[in-house]
Design a protein around this ligand. Structure first.
Ligand code: BGC
Length: 718
């Protein structure tokens, strides 16, 4: 009997050993690592937590070496590696530099946003990065905010859809995304001290929805608290926003980290929901917290909750079970380049095109002049922590030149591979460098007046627009004069603007026939611009923010900068951007959602079902869009909902759906969008809930917020 038991034990042992030996090592390719089930995760977290000393727990809640969490080797707890975004995963050498967040929003393409997220996730895995500090979700309030370029524009619905897609994309690669900067970090001026005074309804309807969607729909793994104060409390000490809303109401179970140096009081932050102080523990230290725990000012349960959150995400994302570095993904990734180019191409907005100067016919061009401070070298992004160094970058000058006269192989005179399609154009590309002061060389003036077209590239760069300071509304010094000077020499000026938002165009808007908003187009921007200039691709980007004519026209004009103390009262409330212009006599220069195309689209056959009903969760809105022009192109169709019967003031209309559709000439497609109760609701502050009041709502469909093509209604009966 004893012999039998022994034999059985030996057999089991042998089988186990064989199983371990022959279980294939997990391959490290994309998105195939299974997330552990919540129960297993919790069990593993509990087991680890029960073995940790208080000192070890406190070790875990502060970072090190700028972008890492601290490991605990005794328990096998790994150090988590972070990298900045949102324009590229760039803290560990060259990488793909994508267009800016505002550019992505201008594409209104959620599928593209998801693929951009996947690509960033791959970039992260190739570099062993566990946590990417992206996407950035603050709302565009005024054009001067130095970081508008990183964000998704003025509308909470558009920003939410972009946020969900990017987060899902990044996290599909088993990399944690971090939405930032929570919340009301809408200016860079004095960002450590600015106190954003925002009423609850405005927070709920304008500034919070993108974060809420990232948490509730995309289950984002991390959130970053911003530097500023909201309603008198630094965000890292703001229990109402961090605990009541983010963690309790939205059910956020991930890591709430501070922005770099945004913790100001260790005990207050510990009690207000901050889980991880970055870049290192300066305030949430054992020296501060151990006595606080002993004196009952901070509970051990509070510390446990922070540790739990960090361990939970690390286990859930597989960081305990595999190497985060996926060597099957190339560091220099051609797929990333393609996505960056597609993104840039879809994001460029054609603002003005008098006399259909664009597209240019490359077969008819003899001389094309390219100049301006943003023509060469490439300006791919704004300044600050998002700044990304790519392996290669294509300036506007190079993109245009490569298109018209592709580089030739020096050894056998053949056109280099991949460029062959455009061989045969005779156009000469004339580059007119500016003086150190940014002025035009008088010698170039004749060389310019005879060109068939002038591509004048103006705008900002990382020194003039970026993190840590606000920028001017007007273009950098001298550029207005340059535009006027060039426009006086040549009537075919195509102005390309590199900027994170609107600029003051009043001094020259009537003198240039064609204007393109290129945002910050990333490493492939030059090729993307050429695709558009020469008609290979019809522009399809639409503005994610209203462009005011004069700064005085912006609803935040009186409140954007603090008056006496450091407080900024968001006195425009929910009436920001088009929500303001819709009810004002002042109209923007270019409205939210606007962008021209090389073709024309016709909208028809709006149908709403049910037309009347009590269940707003099943409202579908269908309509047809037809390409009635002569070129293929994509249209972004926008769906707005208006409520004029409400008991509280509401905007004339609000964006609640959109779709991007590609159509060949003559082609027609039906678009179906779905609305839910939230689409009809406002935030009822008294009852602390979203409320849709019964009655008729207008359903408005069109090509911009100022160009409604189809109008219908839906009556909510309860
Ligand atoms: C920025 C964050 C960034 C962090 C780390 C901060 O200055 O505000 O967006 O992720 O630095 O570089």
């Amino acid at each position: 009997m004893l012999f039998m038991v022994k034999m059985r034990r030996i057999l089991v042992f042998l089988l186990l050993a064989l199983a371990i030996l022959f279980t294939p090592a997990r391959t490290q390719t994309q998105s195939q690592v299974q997330k552990s089930s919540p129960t297993n995760v919790d069990k593993r977290v509990d087991a680890l937590l029960s073995r940790m000393t208080l000192q070890e727990k406190l070790t875990l809640i502060g970072g090190m070496h700028n972008f890492f969490t601290r490991p605990i080797p005794r328990l096998g707890i790994p150090s988590l590696k972070m990298s900045d975004g949102p324009l590229g995963v760039h803290d560990y050498g060259p990488t793909t530099a994508y267009p800016a967040g505002i550019a992505l929003a201008a594409s209104w393409n959620t599928d593209l946003a998801q693929r951009v997220g996947v690509s960033m996730g791959r970039d992260a895995r190739a570099r062993g990065v566990n946590i990417v500090l992206a996407p950035a979700l603050n709302i565009y309030r005024a054009p001067m905010n130095g970081r508008n370029f990183e964000y998704f524009g003025e509308d909470p619905y558009l920003a939410s859809r972009m946020a969900v897609s990017v987060v899902e994309g990044i996290q599909s690669q088993n990399v944690i995304a971090t939405v930032k900067h929570f919340v009301a970090n809408n200016m860079e001026y004095d960002r450590h001290h600015i106190n954003a005074v925002v009423d609850e309804r405005t927070l709920r309807e304008i500034y919070l929805p993108a974060f809420e969607a990232a948490v509730r729909e995309a289950h984002v793994g991390a959130v970053m608290d911003s530097y500023n104060l909201v309603n008198g409390q630094h965000m890292t000490q703001n229990a109402h926003l961090n605990i009541d809303i983010l963690k309790h109401e939205w059910g956020f179970d991930g890591i709430l980290m501070s922005d770099w140096g945004a913790t100001y009081d260790g005990i207050a932050a510990a009690n207000a929901g901050l889980d991880l102080e970055m870049p290192s523990a300066r305030y949430m230290t054992p020296a501060n917290l151990v006595p606080a725990i002993q004196q009952g000012k901070v509970s051990v349960a509070t510390i446990n909750d922070k540790v739990r959150r960090i361990l939970r995400k690390a286990i859930q994302f597989g960081f305990f079970d595999r190497d985060q570095t996926d060597r099957s993904i190339p560091l220099y990734d051609q797929r990333g380049r393609e996505i960056a180019r597609e993104e840039a191409r879809e994001s460029i907005v054609l603002l003005k095109n008098d006399g259909n100067l664009l597209p240019l016919d490359p077969t008819k061009l003899k001389t094309i002049a390219v100049l301006g401070p943003d023509a060469y070298p490439a300006v791919i992004g704004g300044g600050g922590s998002s700044q990304t160094t790519p392996f290669n970058q294509v300036s506007f000058l190079e993109g245009i030149s490569n298109y018209l006269s592709p580089p030739v192989n020096p050894f056998n005179d053949t056109v280099l591979a991949g460029m062959g399609e455009h061989v045969g154009f005779n156009a000469k590309v004339l580059y007119a460098p500016l003086s150190a002061k940014g002025t035009l060389d008088p010698k170039m003036e004749p060389l310019l007046s005879t060109a068939d077209a002038v591509i004048l590239c103006v705008g900002f760069n990382p020194d003039t627009e970026g993190e840590g300071a606000d920028r001017t509304f007007s273009l950098p010094a001298g550029q207005d004069d340059l535009i006027r000077q060039v426009a006086a020499l040549n009537k075919n000026v195509i102005l390309v603007i590199t900027a994170g938002g609107a600029v003051d165009m009043t001094r020259w808007i009537d003198r240039v026939p064609t204007i393109l908003q290129a945002w910050y187009p990333g490493e492939e921007g030059g090729d993307a611009l050429a695709d558009i200039l020469f008609g290979d691709f019809s522009p399809s980007g639409k503005l994610p923010a209203s462009f005011e004519r004069r700064w005085e026209d912006n609803p935040t004009f009186h409140s954007y900068y603090p008056q006496r103390d450091k407080s900024v009262a968001y006195s425009e409330g929910i009436f920001l951007g088009y929500r303001y212009y819709d009810r004002s006599n002042t109209k923007p220069l270019f409205p939210f959602g606007f962008g021209l195309s090389y073709t024309r689209f016709q909208y028809s056959d709006l149908s709403i079902s049910p037309r009347e009903g009590s269940d707003p969760d099943s409202v579908t809105v269908s309509f047809d869009v037809k390409n009635v022009g002569s070129r293929a192109g994509a249209e972004v169709a926008e769906l707005y909902v208006g409520d004029s019967h409400s008991t509280v003031p509401r905007p004339v209309k609000e964006l609640k759906g959109f779709a991007r559709v590609f159509l060949r000439p003559g082609e027609k497609k039906q678009i179906t969008l779905t609305l839910n109760r939230r689409s009809f609701s406002y935030y009822d502050v008294k009852n602390k809930q979203w409320t849709a009041e019964p009655g008729p709502f207008s359903i408005l469909v069109g090509g911009s917020s100022a160009q409604i093509e189809l109008t219908g209604s839906f009556t909510l009966t309860k």
